[in-house]
Design a binder for this molecule. Sequence first.
Ligand code: FAD
Ligand code: NAP
Length: 487
Amino acid sequence: MLRKVLPTSSAVKVARKCVFRNASTAAPIRPRICIVGAGPAGFYTAQYILKHLDNSDIDIVEKLPVPFGLVRFGVAPDHPEVKNVINTFTKTAENPRVRFLGNLCLGKDFTLEELRERYHAVLLTYGAEQDNTLNIPNENLQNVLSAREFVAWYNGLPGFENLNPDLSGKSLTLLGQGNVAVDVARIVLSSVDDLKKTDITEYALETLSRSRIDTVHLVGRRGPLQAAFTIKELREMLKLSSCTTRWRGDDFDHVEESIPNLPRPRKRITELMVKSLAEQAPNNVPPAGRCFQPIFFRSPVNFVGSGKVEAVEYVVNRLADGRAVPTEQRETIATDLVCRSIGYRAVSVDNHINFDARKGCVNNAGGRVLKRNLTGSDQTIDDIEDKYEAGLYASGWLATGPTGVILTTMNNSFGVADLVCRDFNSNTIRLNGSRPGLELAGRPYVSWNGWKAIDSEEVRLGQAQGKPREKLTRIETMLQIASNASD
Ligand code: FAD
Ligand code: NAP
């Protein structure tokens, strides 16, 4: 529901490890914790704290009316099995000691100082929502996008529904070879018949059905031995119906002979690439159907075109100690659309966050946020109170930087949550009075029941089209539906 202040659970449980009591009344003080961001990091930290700090109450505050972060807005629509984590997150959210407060944004609707006054502990888990730029000439040409925008568009992130990428040309270039780039390649090269059974947005499906793109270049600055994509994602590309993968033979000089000495995961993916290269048709045979072409050892140095991008100019790299080193050689490859896919980055949303703008993450040590004049490299101060912001933590991509799958985020978040529990139990976080939680009066927020109403409506809209759901993309519509939900 929307606009109503919900009571917290009245069930008082006794903490497994220790009970904190208010000196004057002798009533136990319940640790009150705020988690900012309802993505995997937020839900996993909540899950762990619920289990290990029995008498705690948790508010999960989320800027969007809907939960799940990149599980909803990042994970590719044709990977529904990855989204099963939502079932676990839902169990956490439905625990009576948890409140989901959607449509409330740190840095806009409330400040970090306000949270720290109103909770015993605050966990920042708001992810990494920007993308890195190349900072090369003509990056602002028309048809140069980021993969982040493209993904947000097909996945229905509010604000991206009108991106309308121009798929009228023949070729798309993806700069970067991580799994995000491969996701975009697969979505563009897949048949619309396969995609229409997924939760991809209807407008994206419609645009993709008119796409004329038949070639996707996946360009990396280093070699096949350093490719950032993983074997499962490569296998999917190799098996994609009506699509041929074309490697450039020159990129694989000396690769085969290095295979025996590679660590196992790298060995398996390299063997797969080498096998696929050996099996591919000669270059003079045109590919059947669409074509996926990985290109290695190329760094973009310039976008060519007037108004609209027409080509990318690359410097040819060689490797030195695993690093890409530019040579004198250049290559220009024509293209109609470019998506930069060179990683995400977090931003500071509140001036009181000790933020490392260069790395794009909160300055923290194992999840404890460092005091403002300290950075992750300041390891010399032993006294916890001198070193860390009391009761302030960060986990997930905001704390680690934007790498790792959901499982990596889970492990990181469980570790940070364990610190939180230990800090409560060791009295490092002092329970010197109860805390009121966020002031909700006058703040139109979406409760878990509000989300469930949005969820039901999306599932209903999807059923009509044979899809698992049709995502709503307008915030006003979501708020309207949530406001009609009963508590
Ligand atoms: P997020 O998932 O980004 O969650 C952060 C949350 O904080 C969001 O809900 C956001 O709306 C909210 N928020 C942001 N700012 C504020 C604010 N100011 N106030 C309140 N709330 C705020 N991993 C896999 O295992 N499998 C995959 O298939 C996979 N696919 C991916 C596809 C893409 C395109 C991307 C980018 C990543 C993918 N990952 C995948 C990685 C996975 O998504 C991340 O590991 C994980 O989502 C990181 O979790 P997080 O909670 O740190 O951040
Ligand atoms: P990523 O895996 O870190 O890949 C980034 C790519 O960009 C790399 O190829 C990197 O090359 C390149 N790059 C970075 N800076 C560059 C520059 N200045 N110039 C040229 N190239 C540059 O990041 P991602 O693809 O955004 O994925 C983020 C995380 O989410 C990853 O851990 C990924 O596995 C995960 N994810 C998983 C899935 C899945 O499981 N299906 C799907 C999507 C995302 P170098 O290697 O040379 O730095």
